[in-house]
Design a protein around this ligand. Structure first.
Ligand SMILES: Cc1cc2nc3c(=O)[nH]c(=O)nc-3n(C[C@H](O)[C@H](O)[C@H](O)COP(=O)(O)O)c2cc1C
Length: 189
């Protein structure tokens, strides 16, 4: 089952924007992150939730989408995420956040997948702009934005070819292809 969930948990970047995600759903997802591991059990991560169109519109301009897809600057109106979970680190608890935010992000994305949602972990963030837009105090380091919605695109996994190219691509039908290295290529001993 975990394999099925992980296979289904692809990065989606186009959504049925009209499908709402309730704040309670976002809270349930953050609860999965809360229950996940944390270096030294310090639990320095905090979260900002957004599921209203007006607040969502403050977040979207500060995100960069699918750098390998030339000429596409992100989802158009109608296909934007319905919600966001912003993962921030509380520097009054710790100065560095180890890989806590990666683990938290994966827990949230798997939970979202189980609920029939999908999304994209975004690290390419124009952080100072986002900080200003949401009035995030300096005490908090912006770490990741999780964009969430009901996916409106098909994503398929491919084998990395003999040229070793790992860049994802979109075909003429809009299907998104993601090359993954083989197991034998990544287990080195
Ligand atoms: C830590 C992290 C940061 C990422 N940042 C971005 C990003 O800024 N913008 C984006 O469009 N995708 C981002 N992604 C999504 C990756 O591009 C995606 O995981 C990769 O292409 C593999 O596709 P898959 O998630 O469907 O396996 C990020 C993923 C991770 C794990």
């Amino acid at each position: 089952m975990i394999r099925d969930l992980i296979l289904k948990n692809r990065s989606y970047r186009r959504f049925y924007q009209e499908v709402d995600i309730k704040r309670d759903t976002l809270r349930e997802l953050v609860d999965l992150a809360r229950l996940s591991g944390s270096a030294r059990n310090a639990q320095p991560l905090k979260y900002i939730l957004s599921c209203e169109p007006q607040r969502n519109s403050l977040i979207f301009p500060h995100l960069a989408w699918a750098g390998y897809i030339n000429g596409w600057s992100g989802p158009c109106e109608g296909e934007k995420p319905s919600a966001y979970i912003i993962i921030i680190g509380d520097t009054e608890i710790r100065q560095s956040f180890s890989c806590d935010h990666g683990i938290a992000a994966q827990s949230i994305m798997l939970g979202a997948t189980e609920k029939g949602l999908g999304g994209c972990i975004i690290a390419s963030i124009e952080k100072e702009g986002l900080r200003k837009a949401l009035k995030i105090p300096p005490q908090y380091e912006i770490l990741l934005v999780l964009a969430l919605g009901k996916p409106k695109e098909t994503v398929v996994i491919e084998k990395v070819g003999s040229n070793g190219d790992i860049k994802y691509w979109r075909d003429s039908k809009g299907v998104h292809h993601v090359p993954k290295r083989s197991l034998d290529d990544i287990i080195i001993g």
